[in-house]
Design a binder for this molecule. Structure first.
Ligand SMILES: [Zn+2]
Length: 485
C-alpha cells in the first residue's frame, strides 16, 4: 500500500544465510539430506553467532509502526509490512486473514486523590474499560488485599464507592506470579460492579516499582466491561494504603475518555516454508503482532514475531527443506483475547476456526510471547517426552542452557491455545520471565529493553527445535505406550 513495502533492506535478506548445511565437517553438500541433528546444530550455532534477522525485524517493526493496538491502522499496516517481508524472505503461501473486532481507544486518562488533600496519581485505564462521565467520577476508596476478598465483601459494601485491589505480583522465572495476580484485573471490574462500585482500580499487575502502570485486558460481562477500570502504579497504590493506615478516608477522582470502534478489523499474517516430503503436515509457530497502546510492543510481542520469523528464515535457507511444512502465524488482536464468548474475536480463535479442517494435520504448535530473555526450558508433548526425539532435542538445546521441563504443560500461549484445545499437540520453549513483568503492558515496553545475545539464543532454540520436529516423522499425538512406539 505504501512505498515502504516495496523494498527490503539487504540486511533482512542476506544476514541470515547459513553456510554449508549440507554435511558436517566441511564436506560438500550431499544430494541426500544431512542428519537432522547435524542440521539443527548448525542452525543453532548460526543463530547464536548473530546470523539471523530477529533484531532487525523487531527494530524495524517497532520503529515504523510504534504501538499496534488491535483493530488499529498501525496494526493493519504492520500486518501488510510483515506479509511483504515474508514474501521477500522467500516464504510461501503468504496471506493475510482478516476478522472483525471492536477496537478500544484509550483517549486520555487521569486520576487524583481528592481528599483528604489533593495529590496526583498515575493510572492507566484497563483495556476495553468504558469511559467515565466527561466530568469524571469521584468516590471513597475501599481496599481489598485480593480478588477473593473483594468477592467475599458483604452486599452493598461498595455502593457509590471505588474498589481497590492491592495485591502484589511476585517475581518468578516462570511467570507464575502473573497467573496468580492477573485474576483481579480480569474479574475485578465485574465483581466490584456486582457490589455496587462506580469504578474499579488495582495495583497494576507487574513486578516493578516505577510509576508506569501496566494496562491489560479485563473480563466482559454480557459483552462489555461494566464500570470504568484502572491500573494504579505500585507507588501510588502504596500511597493510598498508607493514607488509609493513618486513619484517613481516601477519596479519588477518576477520568477516562476511552471509546470503541465497532466496525474495525484485525488480521493474522501467515507464511510458510513448505515441507519437501509431507507438505500437508504443519508445524505451527505463533506470536502476536498487536500490542498495547502505550509502549511500542517491543518485548510484547515484537520480539516473539522476530524470533519465529528469524527461525523460519534460517530453516528456509538451509540446504534442503524439512520434511514437513513450517508455518509462521503472526496473530492479530491477542491482547484483547477473552476466555470464550462473548468478545472472543481474536486471532487465535479466528485461526482455529478458519483452519479447522487442517488442524488434524497440524503435528505440533508453539508460541513465543514472553519477551526476549533466554529460553531455559523445553516442554514436549507427553507422547514423546521419554523417547529418542526428546533426547535428540536436548542434545542440541542443552549446550545453550535449555533443560527439560519437569512437568507437562497445558498452557502454550493465548494465540495457539484454541488450536491446542482442538487437539494439536503443543510444545513450549519457556523464556526467563524474571524481568519481563517490569515492563510488559507499560509505556516502557520499547526496543532498548531487548538484549541481543538473549534474543539470538531464542532464535537458536526455535530454529533447532523446529527443524528437528519438521524434519521428523514423529507422531506427537501418539500415546507413549501405543503399539509401534
Ligand atoms: Zn503478548
Amino acid at each position: 500500500m505504501r512505498s515502504i513495502h516495496s523494498r527490503v533492506p539487504a540486511t533482512l535478506l542476506s544476514c541470515c544465510a547459513v553456510a554449508t548445511l549440507g554435511a558436517a565437517g566441511g564436506a560438500p553438500a550431499a544430494t541426500t539430506a544431512a542428519a537432522p541433528e547435524a542440521v539443527a546444530t548448525q542452525l543453532r550455532d548460526a543463530a547464536t553467532a548473530g546470523h539471523n534477522i530477529a533484531y532487525q525485524w523487531v527494530s524495524e517493526l517497532t520503529t515504523r509502526f510504534g504501538p499496534r493496538p488491535a483493530g488499529s491502522v498501525n496494526e493493519r499496516q504492520a500486518a501488510e509490512w510483515a506479509a511483504a517481508r515474508f514474501k521477500a524472505l522467500g516464504f510461501e503461501n503468504v496471506r493475510i486473514e482478516s476478522f472483525p473486532v471492536t477496537a478500544w481507544v484509550r483517549g486520555t486518562d487521569s486520576a487524583r486523590i481528592s481528599a483528604p488533600l489533593a495529590q496526583p496519581l498515575v493510572v492507566a485505564a484497563l483495556g476495553e474499560s468504558p469511559p467515565t462521565p466527561a466530568a469524571g467520577l469521584e468516590g471513597e476508596v475501599v481496599m481489598y488485599p485480593s480478588l477473593t476478598a473483594l468477592k467475599a465483601a458483604a452486599a452493598g459494601t461498595l455502593t457509590g464507592k471505588i474498589a481497590l485491589v492491592t495485591r502484589h505480583m511476585v517475581r518468578t522465572q516462570d511467570g507464575e506470579g502473573y497467573s496468580a495476580a492477573v485474576d483481579a484485573r480480569v474479574d475485578g471490574p465485574a465483581e466490584a460492579a456486582r457490589h455496587g462500585a462506580i469504578a474499579f482500580m488495582l495495583r497494576s499487575v507487574g513486578t516493578d516499582s516505577h510509576r508506569l502502570p501496566h494496562t491489560g485486558t479485563t473480563g466482559y460481562t454480557d459483552g462489555k466491561v461494566p464500570i470504568p477500570a484502572f491500573a494504579l502504579s505500585p507507588p501510588d497504590a502504596e500511597q493510598i494504603e498508607r493514607l488509609a493506615a493513618l486513619g484517613e478516608s481516601v477519596r479519588v477522582h477518576l477520568n477516562s475518555s476511552a471509546s470503541y470502534v465497532h466496525d474495525a478489523h484485525s488480521q493474522n499474517v501467515i507464511g510458510e516454508v513448505r515441507g519437501r516430503e509431507r507438505p500437508e503436515e504443519v508445524v505451527l509457530l505463533g506470536a502476536h503482532l498487536d500490542s498495547w497502546d502505550q509502549g511500542t510492543g517491543a518485548v510484547d510481542d515484537g520480539t516473539g514475531t522476530a524470533i519465529i520469523t528469524a527461525a523460519a528464515k534460517l530453516i528456509r535457507d538451509a540446504d534442503h527443506r524439512p520434511r514437513r511444512t513450517v508455518r509462521v502465524v503472526l496473530y492479530g488482536s491477542e491482547e484483547v483475547a477473552q476466555p470464550g464468548p462473548p468478545g472472543g474475536a481474536f486471532g487465535g480463535h479466528a485461526y482455529a476456526d478458519h483452519h479447522k479442517a487442517e488442524l488434524a494435520q497440524h503435528v505440533l504448535a508453539g508460541e513465543s510471547d514472553t519477551g526476549a530473555d533466554r529460553v531455559y526450558q523445553l516442554t514436549v508433548p507427553p507422547a514423546v517426552s521419554d523417547g529418542e526425539f526428546a533426547q535428540m532435542a536436548l542434545r542440541v538445546l542443552t549446550p545453550i542452557g535449555i533443560l527439560a521441563a519437569a512437568r507437562p504443560s497445558r498452557d502454550f500461549g493465548t494465540d495457539v491455545d484454541p488450536s491446542v484445545e482442538a487437539g494439536v499437540p503443543g510444545f513450549a520453549l519457556a523464556q526467563d520471565a524474571s524481568r519481563y513483568f517490569d515492563i510488559h503492558h507499560t509505556p516502557d515496553d520499547t526496543l532498548d529493553k531487548v538484549d541481543r545475545a538473549q534474543l539470538d539464543q531464542n532464535v537458536a532454540a526455535w530454529a533447532a527445535f523446529v527443524w528437528l520436529a519438521a524434519d521428523s516423522d514423529v507422531d506427537f499425538r501418539a500415546h507413549p505406550t501405543a503399539p509401534g512406539h
